[in-house]
Design a protein around this ligand. Sequence first.
Ligand code: G3P
Length: 220
Amino acid sequence: MKFFIDTANLDEIKQAADWGILDGVTTNPTLVARENVAFKERIIEICDVVAPGPVSAEVVSVEAEEMIEEARELRSWAENIAVKIPLIPDGIKATRALSEEGIACNVTLCFSANQALLAAKAGAAYISPFVGRLDDVGADGMSVVEDIVQIYDNYAFDTEIIVASIRHPIHVLQAALLGAHIATVPFDSLEKLFKHPLTDIGLKGFLADWEKLQKQLADA
Ligand code: G3P
């Protein structure tokens, strides 16, 4: 299973890369706006940090021809850019054209298995079902992921499933149990994956006993 980080914050990306567990980055217009920095410069900086891992940068056009032009421009910034395209009819049309040009598309704003089927049919490299936003409206986000895993397996689609809109570590666990290819995780949830109180208690005990032994040996 691959871990992407869902952020445009460079410090968070560098920290995750430093841990040695980072395979890629996803951004969206909201995440970039939160950083209050120039889009192009930030995306290029991120691409440098995670290369050759993919970095998703999103188009803001809603018409196919404009999306295609925007995607080509984004892709000219770095080899490892995957273009994020919204799951609307024009987005699917653009995904087909861009995929045939060899530009990796991450089809985003996916909330149903049928939408994911359309993205795979169009040749998307990635599909991003938003589990947290589905849970927020009382639906079961992970059951959508389960259906997508089944459908992609039935037909051997190459499209990789990025479980997105992750809110907490249980989402990561469920994504892994379902066999999703990728989880894109916000930094705070990524940090929480490390944590267990018994690890902290155990480490404290080991280090205290080691110190005690050194003291005993020095005193002997
Ligand atoms: O990057 C797309 C997705 O992960 C957004 O998450 O938390 O805004 O629902 P969220």
